[in-house]
Structure formats: structure tokens, C-alpha cells
Design a protein. Sequence first.
Length: 153
Amino acid sequence: MATQFDSVAAVLTAVGQDLGTTDWIDISQDRINTFADATGDHQWLHVDPERAKTGPFGACVAHGYLTLSLANLFLPQLVSYDRLKMGVNYGCDKVRFPAPVKVGSRVRGCGQVVAAESIKGDGVQVTVRISVQIEGQDKPGCVVDTISRLYFE
């Protein structure tokens, strides 16, 4: 269940708060192929299972940007905002890909509020770090600091 916030003050006091984890999702070859079609990135490492068997990871791996894009899926599962007038994605900081995500893996999001500051117009800018954890592995597939601007009623 998502952690809920209902005001600028609630977000400001949440710095350091653990937001828990999402459910696991499967990284199938179909998901990887669909992402390849959407982005035009059909590198063999992602879409050619036979060739990838002899590659550096022994199987196809998800695109780094596919793994990053899962932050958009995981964020609303980790945090929700009551009484929100408007929220916008402001950007990302410190994106990195510590480990490859192999086809057939299961991943989930893990979140933490790492920063929050008041902004003009009675809003708050919040940075939520999302780690895309890979089941059975110590290193995550992606770590990203997402930045949102929120305005409450």
C-alpha cells in the first residue's frame, strides 16, 4: 500500500522516510521487445536470445532505459497524495544502472524520500529515490532520484 501525504508540511517532514516496496513484476522477452519497438533500440543484446546466449550476460537483458522507465510504474505504488491540486514530474537526478536485468528476472521498486523543499506558489519539491531491485541479487538494476513538484489544496 502506498504511503500517503496530504500537505506540503507532511512531505517536508518525510525526508528520510522509507516508502516500502512494490509487488514483483516479470521482465519478459515480450516486454523487452515491446520497449525495443517503442524506442527503435533493437540491439542484439536485448532482442536476439540466440546471440545473447553467447554474449557477456548469457541471456538477453532489459534496456537500461526500460529499467529506468519502471520508476514511473513504481512511484504511484510507493506514494500517493491526498488533496493534491497538481503534481508534475520535474526531472531525475543520479540515474545509474549497477546490475543488468536479465530476461526472466523479477523486479520491484523500493522507495525513500531523500529531499523535500518548499517552492514558490505554496508547493513542495520532493525527491524520491527508487531502487529497482532484482530478485535474488544484491545490486539493483537501476537507482534513480525522481523529482516531483506538488501543490495541495
